[in-house]
Design a protein around this ligand. Structure first.
Ligand code: SAM
Length: 253
């Protein structure tokens, strides 16, 4: 069954992502760990010219906007089930004919043919779906043979404080003298959005229906879904796993 239109969505989840969408770009635009992560994911996708890229759970479209600004030879599809998130993604890309945004619920079979994509990103989304293994199997199905999945998902019991710590550390390195003033300015400017952002993250971490994986669990699940994968790396203030999987049968050495 395909669910590409007004998909069934639990109302609490809908509210959570709608609230999150209100503050997401405001906070993330200034948040250095997120910018570093975006650059890292884009580099790991390493798409060849003319590639067709899927961003599964694209949110407000930050990664695809970044990627297509950097590479004008790509075509991209961003999917998400949150109308609020997609509206923000669309509003930022009025002129881009190379990105298609679609409302798709990742808890259902994806509305794409086998092997349609050359590369897929799935950043901070796997934890939120009903059946992570099912999603990985679907992502593998729509990826071409030899295509690459770049997956990022929070570690088991992630700590927001460590991610903020990386922000401060990066700010210090980039602005050795002015960082305290910049940080204070950011805190004052972003305070209302940060309160909402932190509250949304707390509620995610307390909700037992979300999935936070230990290293061996995630590694095994990637193998079980048919990806060959390099060892997992810690990114995003050490609070998330980054895995690069390829559609194939043997582990990447
Ligand atoms: C933390 S945001 C990450 C967004 C984006 N990948 C990024 O890195 O900025 C999680 C996103 O996953 C989406 N999401 C969660 N569960 C989903 C599902 N079952 N189907 C589609 N999208 C989903 C939410 O709407 C939200 O936009």
């Amino acid at each position: 069954m395909f669910c590409t239109g007004e998909c069934h969505m639990n109302t609490n989840r809908e509210l959570l992502w709608r609230v999150y969408s209100q503050v997401y770009d405001i906070v993330m635009a200034s948040f250095l760990p997120y910018q570093i992560l975006t650059e890292r994911v884009a580099a790991s996708l390493s798409p060849s010219p003319g590639s067709r890229i899927l961003d599964a759970g694209c949110g407000t479209g930050h990664l695809l906007h970044y990627l297509l600004r950097w590479r004008s030879d790509l075509e991209a599809v961003g999917i998400d089930f949150s109308t609020a998130m997609l509206n923000r993604a669309r509003a930022k890309s009025k002129d881009s004919r190379r990105i298609t945004w679609r409302k798709v619920n990742l808890n259902y079979p994806l509305p794409f043919s086998d092997g349609e994509f050359d590369a897929i990103a799935c950043v901070n989304v796997l934890y939120a779906v009903d059946e992570p293994l099912f999603l990985l199997q679907e992502l593998r199905r729509v990826l071409r043979e030899g295509g690459r999945l770049v997956l990022v998902t929070p570690i088991y019991r992630p700590k927001m404080g460590s991610i903020f710590g990386e922000h401060v550390q990066q700010l210090k390195e980039r602005n050795p003298k002015a960082w305290p003033v910049i940080l204070l300015g950011q805190i004052i400017r972003l305070a209302p959005s940060l309160v909402v952002f932190v509250a949304a993250n707390r509620s995610i971490q307390k909700d037992r229906s979300f999935h936070f994986f230990k290293e061996d669990q995630l590694y095994r699940m990637l193998l079980e879904s048919g990806f060959r994968t390099s060892p997992l790396e810690r990114v995003y203030g050490d609070q998330a796993w980054l895995a690069v999987g390829e559609k194939g049968t043997k582990p990447i050495l």
